[in-house]
Design a protein around this ligand. Sequence first.
Ligand SMILES: Cc1cc2nc3c(=O)[nH]c(=O)nc-3n(C[C@H](O)[C@H](O)[C@H](O)COP(=O)(O)O)c2cc1C
Length: 350
Amino acid sequence: MFEDLRVPVLVAPMAGGPTTPELVAAVAEAGGSGFLAAGYLTAGALTERIARTRELTGRPFGVNLFVPGRESGVDLSPYVRRLAEEARRYETEPGEPRWEDDDYAAKVDVVVREAPPFVSFTFGLPSTEDVRRLHEAGSRVIVTVTTPEEAVQAAETGADALCVQGFEAGAHRGLYVDDPENPAGGEAYGLLALLRLVGSAVDLPLIAAGGIVHGADVVAVLAAGAEAAQLGTAFLRADEAGTQPAHRRALAEGGRVTAITRAFSGRPARGLVNRFLTEHSPYAPSAYPQVHHLTKPVRTAAHRAGDPEGVNLWGGQTYSVAPEGPAAEIMARLELEAKAARERVTRRLG
Ligand SMILES: Cc1cc2nc3c(=O)[nH]c(=O)nc-3n(C[C@H](O)[C@H](O)[C@H](O)COP(=O)(O)O)c2cc1C
C-alpha cells in the first residue's frame, strides 16, 4: 500500500493544532507521506486544508477522522466543580461539557468527495457502508487498533490496512471502548507485542505507531512486519508543525515523565506530566468529548499565559529524544539512521 514511498515514514495526524498542511506536504515531498487531522475541525475547514495541502504538494497524503462513540451516562458534576476552581486560577470559566459527534457524517462526506489516497479512522470503526463509499471514490481505508480484538473487528469493516498503535504513543489511545476501571482504558500493549499479535490475528498491511523517533526504530518495526511507521511526537517540534509555544518548550526541556490521563479530554491519552495532569487525573471521568469541552477554555487561557502546567502536553514516551528543525531535515536524518541501522543488523546477522 505504501510501496511507492521512498521513505516508509508517515507523519501522524495530530489534531488540535500540530498538524498543518505545510507539515504534511513537507514530509510527502521528502519521500514519506502523512495525514491531515480532521478531529475538532468543521467540514468546511477540513475541505480548505485538503485544498491547501494539494497546492503545496502533488504527492499522495491522507486524512484522519475521529469516529464518535456513545454518550456516557457518568455524573460529571464533581469534575465540573473541580474545573470551576481550576478555571479561576486562569481567570476564566469552564466550558460546557457537551457531547457531540465532531461533525462526523459531514466530514465523511468531505473525504468521499475529495477522495484523498488514504483515509484513516481512530477511536472506533467506520461503517462498512462508509468503507464501501470510500473505496468507490478511490481511497484506501486504514483503521487504528490498540488490541488484537479491535484488529479483527477492523478487518471485518473491509479496511485495507491497520494502524497498530502501541501504548508508548503520544496523545489519545485509539481504543474503541474506554474501560473506566482501567487507568489506561484497556489492555496496554507495547508496540512490538501488538504488531506480533495483530499480525497473527489478521492478514492486512500494518502501519506501526508509538514511540518511533529514530531511523533504527523504523527499521525495527519494518522487521517486525509493518509496512510503514507512523510518527507523531517526532514531528511535534518540526518547524512546520502548529505546536503551541508552551508545548514546544516543555518538549524541548525534557525532564518530565509521561503518563496516561483522562484529565484533559475524558479519554485516555499520553502526555508529559504537569500540575494539571497530577492534580486532576485521579478524578477525571471517562466522558469524551464532554471533558474536552469542559477543559477547553482553561487550556486556552493557560496557553495564552504561556503556562505549561495548565495545558495538555501530549507526547509519546520517547519525546525527550525527538528532534527539532525543518521536516525535510528530520526526514533526511531518519533515512540516514535507518540505513546505518540496516547495515548494523546485516553485519550482525549476515
Ligand atoms: C499531539 C498529538 C495529536 C494526535 N492526534 C491524533 C489524531 O488526530 N488522530 C489520530 O489518529 N492519532 C493522533 N495522534 C496519535 C498518532 O496517530 C500516533 O498514534 C502517535 O503519535 C504515535 O506515537 P508517537 O507520538 O510516540 O510517535 C496524535 C498524537 C500526538 C502526539
